[in-house]
Design a protein around this ligand. Structure first.
Ligand code: AMP
Ligand code: ZN
Length: 492
């Protein structure tokens, strides 16, 4: 079997397959680096990661490109307001974005493409469109795409664009979601504004041309799969298709995947509505990166997901349940032999996990398969019916699950520590929960020292002092576990 995904272009669930002998070409629209990303943005990137990891698990070679939009209206405006060149302004947010991806366990694509590093490709694409009569120069020196020249306009979003005004134009990067207008490919700049000097004159690219130019640069005129959030379907992706197909006469992307929104109280989480949380906001409130990642995949990408703090707490517990189950298996102490019923259930979970993901990346089904197995194995173990030879196959299924979902390995502590260091540098410690600050006020060296003191006290049979030290650590959220190999600690 192979992965089948809903294709927005055809309106059908279709197999995703590369051209013979070639890697699967994927272009996923990346962030505009004008500010910190919110977890709505990351819902899209985490699903791209789930897809990516699953395809890797299926041993499909990938050539995945993500753009970084490091020039647009907002960036120009904010950089000018900060009195900085745009590159200085965006560097900080690009770095933050990459750190956030890492915190969420998102793998990097094969190519990260910055818009500002592909200006010549954009200029030559625009020139080609002018040559073919699909673009024209306005009296203001800007260049526009003539949508009336592209009969297929609207084929992705299925919008009825009858009655669209021929020649009506729009200059801004973000505009009315329902009307089709000739859109800017190249924006002439005013004196003093940041610009590139090119054969098109002094100016800068529009947003849509960036993706067309960079997708073609890395993936060719036609490629397999294009991904973005649902808001990008129109006009951004429609415009990409119009530009690219007008220039090449070939199908641009064969398959289009759109990740539906993360909502807050029924509305799209977005900067403009002010109803957003960044990853860092949530880390400073004491939530774990693994729980946030897990929450974002709890509902399959084809459905919107409503963000709630209750949901986040539930995800925290779900990740804990999985981790303690894996610990329980590794610690062992089970009766010898093999329980055949449990082995059959393990094989079933394995198959159901893969089948769920193959079925339009149904993360909910894939997760349910694993949680069913965890429930059954835990109750078998409680009854003494999980046997030594059941352990390895179950751990294998867990590893397979985790190669895609990536929440079992506990990196949460390190991630939270980085977030606190960032807050300290940015003067934002006031946003951190007091509980979190107290918990992380102990350095690892200090914790190790206190554990050494406690060991010394115990050796000296000063149990009152040993208990007092354990108690002090506990109030700061550090839990000690005495094991045969010594004392281990973890944060509550
Ligand atoms: P931006 O930086 O605004 O261009 O967005 C980056 C990516 O996040 C795009 O693919 C958007 O479609 C996606 N996105 C923005 N808001 C949301 C949301 N609330 N839920 C899911 N994806 C979103
Ligand atoms: Zn794009």
């Amino acid at each position: 079997m192979a992965l089948r995904l809903y294709n927005t272009l055809s309106g059908q669930v279709e197999e995703v397959a590369p051209q013979p002998g070639r890697p699967l070409g994927i272009y996923a629209c990346g962030p505009t680096v004008y500010d910190y990303g919110h977890i709505g943005n990351f819902r899209t990137f985490v699903h791209v990661d789930i897809l990516r990891r699953f395809l890797e698990q299926q041993e499909m070679p990938l050539r995945h490109v993500m753009n970084i939009t490091d020039v647009d209206d907002k960036i120009m405006r904010n950089a000018a307001a900060a009195g900085k060149p745009i590159g200085d302004y965006t560097a900080k947010y690009e770095q933050a974005f990459l750190e956030d991806l890492d915190a969420l366990g998102v793998e990097q694509p094969e190519y990260l493409a910055r818009a500002t590093e592909h200006i010549p490709q954009m200029v030559s694409l625009i020139e080609k469109l002018v040559e073919r009569g699909c673009a024209y120069r306005g009296e203001n020196g800007s260049y526009y795409f003539r949508i009336a020249s592209f009969p297929g306009y609207g084929k992705l979003s299925k919008k009825d664009l009858a009655g669209m005004e021929d020649g009506a134009r729009v200059d801004v990067d973000e505009y009315d979601k329902d009307s089709a207008r000739d859109f800017a490919l190249w924006k002439a700049t005013k004196p003093g504004e940041f610009h590139w000097d090119t054969t098109l004159g002094a100016g800068r690219p529009g947003w849509h041309i960036e993706c067309s130019a960079m997708a073609t640069e890395y993936l060719g005129d036609s490629f397999d799969l294009h991904i973005g959030g649902e808001d990008l379907m129109f006009p951004h992706h429609e415009n990409e298709i119009a530009q690219s197909e007008s220039a090449t006469g070939k199908t641009f992307a064969r398959h289009w995947m759109h990740v539906r929104f993360l909502l807050v109280e029924g509305k799209k989480m977005s900067k403009s509505l002010g109803n957003f949380y960044t990853l860092r906001d949530l880390l400073l409130r004491g939530y774990k990166a693994s729980a946030i990642r897990f929450l974002l995949t709890s509902v399959p990408y084809r459905n919107q997901l409503n963000f709630t703090f209750d949901g986040l707490v539930e995800s925290t517990h779900a990740v804990e349940r999985l981790r303690s189950f894996a610990d329980r298996l590794r610690k062992g102490g089970f009766p010898a032999g093999m329980n055949p019923t449990l082995l059959a259930a393990t094989k079933h979970a394995d198959a159901a996990f893969t089948a769920g993901l193959e079925d339009d990346l149904n993360t909910a089904e894939a997760r349910a398969a694993i949680f069913d197995l965890v429930r059954l194995a835990n109750s078998s173990a409680d009854r003494g019916e999980l046997q030594t030879e059941n352990v390895a196959p179950i751990l294998e299924v867990l590893a397979k699950f985790d190669a895609v979902f990536a929440v079992l390995e506990d990196r949460d502590d390190a991630v939270t520590r980085l977030a606190l260091q960032w807050a300290e540098r940015e003067g934002r410690m006031g946003e951190a929960s007091p509980d979190l600050v107290a918990r992380y006020s102990l350095t690892e060296e200090r914790i190790d020292q206190m554990i050494a003191d406690r060991n010394a006290a115990r050796k000296a049979r000063d149990f009152a002092r040993a208990d007092a030290i354990r108690q002090e650590l506990a109030t700061k959220g550090i839990l000690l576990e005495d094991s045969p190999d010594g004392v281990r600690w973890r944060r509550k």
